[in-house]
Ligand binder design. Sequence first.
Ligand code: N01
Length: 556
Amino acid sequence: MILSEVQDLATVVGTTAVPAEADIVVIGAGFGGMYAHHRFRQLGMSVFGFEQGTDVGGTWYWNRYPGARCDVESVDYCYTFSRELLDEWQWTERFARQDEILRYANFVAEKFDLKRDIKFQSKITAARYDEGRNRWTVETDKGESISCKYLVTTVGCLSVPKDPDFKGLEDFKGQWIQTGAWPKENVNWDGKNVAVIGTGSSAIQSIPEIAKTAKQLTVFQRTANYSVPAYNGPLPEERRKEVFEDYPAYLDKLKRSRSGQIFELSTDRTAADFTEAERNDRMEHAWKLGRWNLQSCFRDTTLNQNANDIAANFVHAKIRETVNDPNVAEKLIPKGYPFGTKRLCLDTDYFATFNRDTVELVDIKTEPIERITATGIQTSAGEYPVDLIVFAIGFDAVTGPIVNLGIEGRGGVSLSEAWADGPISYLGLAIPGFPNLFTVNGPSSPSVLANMILTLEQHVDWIADCINAMNQQGINIIETDESAAADWAEHTRTVANQTLFPKANSWYMGANVPGKPSMFLAYIGGFDNYIARCDHIAANGYAGFSLSKSKVGAEA
Ligand code: N01
């Protein structure tokens, strides 16, 4: 199902009129967009926003598939800017479910009156920078247009689901859906033959849930994935106390961490610094703690192949222990890329689900899908009858959501042209040739490698402080220098190349979208270092940016 069809099923909320002008236009009303509205209003400037969905929530609005929940602990995956908000909202589970996060988004939006200046169900089709006027003109698929001084994208990193391009899909008589655009209603798999294509996080979360009531579930796997148990359950009171009793101190620790999360077994010691017995104890402990402790229990797990093999073999053994049929277990064991270099999944009973009689695993590397037929999926070995196909095949990550906006900067150069060889961005915040445009969680920022709520708050705060400083100095153009962006891209590449991450064909590398330039899309140098770098740049008069005054564009 395509995004527009999902919208058709949804309820229209509000019909906010689009003004002709605003100081700041914010694209997207997920967690980044919501906070941007709140924070930018404090500048005393007019803010207007657009959102493609019918309501706030972003990722949590679109990804309603069964089993969808956050893989960051709920006490960490929440806004930090308001103590009152932190006190008022009580998470129920250790890892919050999609519907609870969506309720939280709405709670925040109501509390801070964030929806009033957002036009929902409007998709951005173009955004052009007019050099003569020093203003952006933004257009939507509803024929709306608005002029603004600053354009801020808060479109998320995983918001453009890949369209399934399987031969014969148009002949299929059953229902098909995408995990990343799951409809609000009309999805029922009870007693049906279901196929899930893909075995990334979305599939790994949804497969155990679908298997509970499907007549038969067939999972079509191209690449086996690493996954560790989430150990979800009610949020323990002691954990709540640990976080919220002295929240400023806890938040400070999060901001001084590599990923905006604290892992109990994080260490400065390498795998080689431990004896074999110590390593095994440590990994067993990490397995029982869940989250990404297994990835953090040696400093060099994703830096050194030998250390990585130790963690990988540990998971392989766990899969063999869990899955009854040794042939199925071997198919489920990830091979050919280092542990943790595709995003490590957190699951509830994923591997054990393959012990059900009603669940079958098809390895499409040995048995490729040839086509979709009217009634099922035809592989080289035969046809699997299917009533419902779930495509969990991922996203055009990080760059796709921004490029799709149709942005044109100086000289009418489009962002897709500027990024033809890969994204060039200073700090993931600004792009040379695109003045007064800020990208929240853009490419080459920590984004998907860190706790996204913390990263987006940090970006929005940095942008707000920057615009405030410009206002005070009467400056109305900010543009990053090509050399600063090129240096940052080089630094981003250098730190990524010091790790094992580039060895995997992952969406982190853009490898999941045919033709996409191969480049590590996030900054892996650490959230702590990144914050320090951004603060240093601001304290040094926005080093790497050109700031200027234009006679035009200062109005509004
Ligand atoms: O997507 P993916 P996802 N034919 O790209 C396969 C976040 N997330 O939606 O590896 C057959 O990871 C593909 O195979 P391969 C999280 O950051 C977070 O699951 O390319 N198969 C792969 O198995 C995550 O990493 C949460 O060989 C095809 C799968 O489809 C990110 O979103 C929950 C195919 C795609 O996996 C993306 O996860 C869910 C084809 N043509 C997601 N094309 C939480 O916070 C692709 N595949 C919990």
